[in-house]
Design a protein around this ligand. Structure first.
Ligand SMILES: Cc1cc2nc3c(=O)[nH]c(=O)nc-3n(C[C@H](O)[C@H](O)[C@H](O)COP(=O)(O)O)c2cc1C
Length: 160
């Protein structure tokens, strides 16, 4: 039988970074705080991004097949806190934040972050409460040097 406590304790020890995942669907745009992200292939360059199915952004990624990850810097915890609130509750999260649209995907990219990757979804696994989107990195840019914001450093939990 699964030891629930051990499962939770150990899964919470998987290290994660924090990102703002910028999404679009036609003219609509949004962004959400993402942490379940990792590289999945060198060639072609693939990443996986696990997106909760009850979020507004999930449907947008499914429809458009693209997203962009803005890499947050240590010290940008308040940006992550802004973007983990659902758009359907707080309205347009991008209203008072500087962003550009990715050249490859048209997805929003935060101006104030370490840099970004733009991604094109090439496959997905829809099991459980998150969809695993497998995506090819088709664009990337560096904004500045710095240390990435880690989930651990925030004291928050997302996992278990
Ligand atoms: C620390 C933290 C990490 C998160 N990581 C993810 C993640 O990896 N994938 C995901 O789909 N949601 C993640 N979320 C939840 C989303 O940010 C949240 O559901 C958000 O409200 C979705 O926004 P939307 O409904 O406007 O799309 C995380 C939340 C927190 C607090």
């Amino acid at each position: 039988m699964l030891d629930e406590n051990a499962k939770k304790t150990m899964l919470r020890k998987i290290p994660h970074g924090l990102y703002v995942c910028g999404v679009k669907d036609g003219e609509e745009m949004n962004g959400f705080t993402a942490s379940w992200v990792m590289q999945a292939s060198f060639e072609p360059p693939l990443i996986i991004n696990c997106v909760r199915q009850d979020s507004g952004s999930h449907a947008m990624i499914q429809n458009s097949g693209v997203f962009a990850l803005s890499f947050l810097e240590s010290g940008q915890k308040e940006v992550a806190a802004k973007f983990f609130k659902p758009q359907r509750r707080v309205g347009n999260k991008l209203a008072d934040i500087d962003f550009t649209l990715g050249a490859e995907t048209g997805c929003p990219i935060l101006t104030d972050c370490l840099g970004y990757v733009e991604c094109n979804v090439v496959g997905s696994v829809q099991q459980g409460d998150h969809t695993v989107f497998v995506a090819q990195v088709i664009g990337a840019g560096i904004h500045r040097e710095g240390e990435p914001l880690t989930l651990e450093s925030t004291g928050w939990q997302y996992g278990g």
